[in-house]
Design a protein around this ligand. Structure first.
Ligand code: DPP
Ligand code: ZN
Length: 872
């Protein structure tokens, strides 16, 4: 397959002025009649006179150009597109096509999920509905007539507002929807089915009355309360924070059980994976409630950053995703605890994005080429992209930053924009020169910042020497220095925060946290007015997506953990202390006194008066096995696992009384959704897991909790502890849980996930067995991810079984899935791409599976690209 390159971008030859669709879903075969009014694009190159209508998965029945019949077969290009050589300056194209939604197992385009019909068009699904210039820089107003059986599909939805509806005959009815906002085809959606609806109203700041409608299959009615409340908070927050209001009379969200992504921001008609919209105490954990609020916010925020202003081409994906993830993060920080939110963002970045940036799939936030765009909905584009947006704010200040966002939205409203357009608005709004900063979009890899210091007691000057280096990544052997905001604080020997006053600057510019701007490969910063040698607190708030190295002593880290006023830096100090102890243990050279020091640090955190329980829980959570592996050149996952499990056991035993006390502090009231109570539950459940890690005699506590809890958070925490155990009563409890919840797909997903990630030596055999469980299916993406994705990513020791069985298991399923749902297959394949990092036996076994996959005939572009890039 040929790659698509950014440098080859050409403006579209034609614009669509009007798109009219008639979609008839009343039979097994969907029939789509499209009428497109087109006009030559004056900005197109003169030689680009052919009209290209992408098409795939469709049977083309008829094609008319300005009323005259053409033979579609004669105009089809090798990739299925219709290419009409020179249809004139203005033309009308009418097509009739057919396809079978039930056979659309790729879940891209229009397909069936359960008993309803729904769509997913991002990135290139619309061409599976009707022939169309399926590229984001072609924007059109859509009018859509949807026809279906009245009993099977009483609800008919599309983008915009419903302008007409009625009966067609005895069996069928129709609805006409009109979306006045010109949009690219990837934001198109239709839904048809027998759906329950929860409706509420929202009045925008300027007085527009908006109907908010949440649709689910009838069995899930009553589970959209939390999502609705979250949506209202998001709408209000965007008005207050950015002055952005909703712009249609209806905002609809539909919950769909079979969905490749988390959710989709289609104009006026969001389609959501059930996992990110449904919430009830029996089917969603505290973390799921937070996830729903975040994703509801994310998709809503896209209405401006993504829909009103969209992307010129898919190389600009981070223009909408990085910015929208950042807005989602801001929203979460405003609704809950900013510090906790930030810690979670960093955890995710380090466990998903850093490895990506260090592996064969590494790509810049703005990739330069792709074979299959679906492979570029990545942690780099999303999470690192969001960090880049955060850095603008850190460097420019909040007010200029918001001014820049406003300018960007005003200037490009109704247009398809580029990352350069956004950067230009930021420069204009702030007066700053961001040319060096733009490298964050173009250079892949995680910059490494090395800091050394010296202290001059005579001059009372403390000097930080900073060196930066970005490692080579595929196709980018050499990197130029980045513009890095490094937020720094200083602590005096007594723990007091010291003002950071750069030498030569007036004292009144001093602040307790200063953002140093790194621009050179090496540079130094002199800080004046330091009567004693301070301890530096570096990268406060995680001010840049970099890895910082400074030779802290263990004492320094313990001191920062106890005293740093920046909560992120405090947490980070604790994590780094744990990393040292764990890596030394994994290398077979235990750090003398390491355990004692960590135990003391944990004890300090547990006993700190007035501590925030949410932050305490974060501090007491050891770094993940993935993050630990990231620190090593050559990874032995079993050694890492054993070190971490051993430390958990030791801490479980050393602090038994503390854990017991915490378990008993559980709220005890009937469950309700609240950040404070969620933090208490988190801490209590963490305590339970340490207790059981310390001694199996505490298993009964987990069994009781499983039986007595009134909510999924506590049940699942107990279940996870039980899943690690091979005791017969634990196995019975797991079975009973399935019996009790077998009719709740989202709970059954968790049941699979808990077993896939269990810390027990036979987890691989369990997963093999579970792939044959009657409830397991590759046809449902959530289920496939719950078992196979969770196992490959969340159970490194067992997935990386040295005999290669875990790899074979994954490869078998990737191949089985490839012909049905290539997007999902490619995603599941991801963990194998890191084969080079492992010790030789595993490395070879992983490579063999990648080679075996690549040797298959008729592989999808999706899987082919991941497998071949991995082996390059
Ligand atoms: N655009 C969706 C989202 O990130 C996913 N395709 O919101
Ligand atoms: Zn998004």
């Amino acid at each position: 397959p040929q790659p698509v390159r950014l440098e080859d971008y050409r403006p579209p030859a034609y614009h669509v002025e009007q798109a009219r669709l008639r979609i008839d879903l009343s039979g097994e075969t969907a029939r789509v009649d499209a009428r497109l009014e087109l006009r030559r694009n004056p900005a197109a190159a003169p030689e680009d006179t052919a009209l290209r209508l992408d098409a795939e998965f469709l049977e083309l029945e008829a094609l008319h150009l300005d009323g005259e019949a053409l033979d579609p077969a004669a105009l089809r290009a090798a990739d299925g597109a219709l290419v009409i050589p020179d249809p004139g300056a203005r033309c009308r194209v009418e097509t009739t096509s057919r396809f079978r939604p039930a056979e659309n197992t790729a879940l891209s385009g229009l397909y069936r999920s359960g008993r309803m019909y729904c769509t997913q068009c991002e990135a290139e699904g619309f061409r599976r509905i009707t022939p169309y210039p399926d590229r984001p820089d072609v924007l059109a107003p859509f009018t859509t007539t949807l026809i279906a059986d009245r009993t099977a599909c009483p609800v008919l939805l599309s983008n915009g507002d419903c302008i007409e509806a009625g009966a067609l005959d005895e069996q069928r009815h129709y609805a006409v929807w009109h979306d006045p906002y010109p949009k690219p085809a990837y934001l198109f959606a239709v839904v048809a089915g027998d759906l329950s609806c929860q409706e509420e109203r929202f009045t925008t700041a300027s007085g527009r009355e908006v109907a908010l409608r949440f649709y689910t299959e009838p069995g899930n009615a009553g589970r959209t309360e939390h999502a609705l409340a979250s949506l209202k908070r998001a709408m209000r927050w965007d008005e207050q924070q950015y002055g952005l209001e909703y712009d249609l009379d209806t905002y609809m969200v539909v919950a769909v059980g079979d969905f490749n992504m988390g959710a989709m921001e289609n104009k006026g008609l969001n389609v959501f994976n059930t996992q990110f919209v449904l919430a009830s105490p029996d089917t969603a954990t505290d973390a799921d409630y937070e996830g729903v609020e975040a994703v509801i916010g994310h998709e809503y925020f896209h209405n401006w950053t993504g829909n009103r202003v969209t992307c010129r081409d898919w190389f600009q994906l981070s223009l909408k995703e990085g910015l929208t993830v950042f807005r989602e993060h801001q929203f979460a920080e405003a609704m809950g605890s900013a510090a906790i939110e930030r810690i979670r963002q960093v955890r995710l970045l380090r466990s998903a994005q850093f490895p990506e940036d260090a592996g064969p799939m590494a790509h810049p936030v703005q990739p330069k080429s792709y074979v299959e765009i679906n492979n570029f909905y990545t942690a780099t584009v999303y999470a690192k992209g969001a960090e880049v947006i955060r850095m603008y704010r850190t460097l420019l200040g909040d007010t200029p930053f918001r001014r820049g966002v406003r300018r960007y939205l005003e200037r490009h409203d109704g247009e398809a924009a580029t990352i350069d357009d956004f950067l230009a608005c930021m420069e204009e709004a702030s007066g700053a020169d961001l040319q060096q900063f733009s490298r964050w979009y173009h250079q892949a890899g995680t910059p490494q910042v090395t800091v050394r210091d010296e202290y001059d007691p005579e001059r009372e000057v403390y000097t930080l020497h900073c060196r930066q280096h970005t490692p080579a990544t595929p196709e980018q052997p050499r990197k130029a220095p980045m513009h890095i905001p490094l937020a720094v604080g200083l602590l005096g020997p007594d723990g007091a925060p010291l003002p950071v006053q750069l030498a030569g600057e007036p004292a009144d510019e001093a602040a307790h946290t200063r953002v140093l701007e790194l621009r050179e490969a090496e540079e130094r910063f002199e800080i004046a007015g330091c009567p004693q040698r301070p301890t530096p607190s570096l990268l406060r708030g995680f001010s840049a997506p970099v890895a910082v190295e400074y030779p802290y002593s263990d004492d320094d880290l313990a001191f920062l953990l106890a005293r740093d006023p920046d909560p992120f830096a405090r947490w980070e100090a604790g994590q780094q202390l744990a990393v040292r102890v764990l890596l030394a243990e994994a290398a077979g050279e235990p750090r003398p006194g390491g355990l004692e020091r960590l135990e003391a640090a944990f004890r300090g955190a547990l006993e700190a008066p007035g501590a925030d329980p949410a932050l305490t829980a974060e501090v007491l959570t050891l770094p993940s096995e993935t993050y630990l592996a990231e620190q090593l050149e050559v990874v032995d996952p079993q050694a890492i696992h054993d070190a971490r499990a051993g430390l958990r056991r030791a801490l479980g035993q050393a602090l038994t009384a503390h854990w017991q006390a915490l378990c008993e502090q559980h709220p005890g009231r009937p469950w309700r959704h609240s950040a404070e109570e969620a933090a208490q539950r988190r801490l209590a459940n963490l305590a339970l897991s340490y207790l059981v890690a310390g001694s199996p005699r505490h298993l009964d506590r987990a069994l009781q909790q499983l039986e007595r809890s009134d909510n999924l958070t506590d049940r699942l925490a107990a279940l996870a502890v039980l899943a690690d155990s091979e005791a017969p009563q634990a196995e019975r409890a797991i079975e009973a849980f399935h019996q009790r919840w077998r009719d709740e797909p989202l709970v059954v997903d968790k049941w699979f996930r808990v077993q896939a990630t269990a810390s027990r030596p036979d987890a691989l055999e369990q997963v093999e067995r579970l792939t044959r469980h009657p409830d397991f299916t590759l046809d449902n993406p959530n289920r496939a991810r719950a078992l196979l994705g969770a196992f490959a990513q969340g159970n490194p020791a067992c997935f990386h079984s040295p005999d290669g069985r875990g790899y074979r298991l994954l490869a078998d399923h990737v191949l089985a899935l490839d012909a049905r749902n290539p997007q999902l297959a490619a995603r599941l394949l991801g963990p194998l791409s890191h084969w080079r990092r492992y010790e030789p036996q595993r490395r070879t076994a992983m490579r063999e599976q990648l080679e075996r996959i690549l040797a298959q005939p008729a592989l999808s572009k999706d899987v082919h690209e991941v497998a071949s890039r991995s082996l390059e």
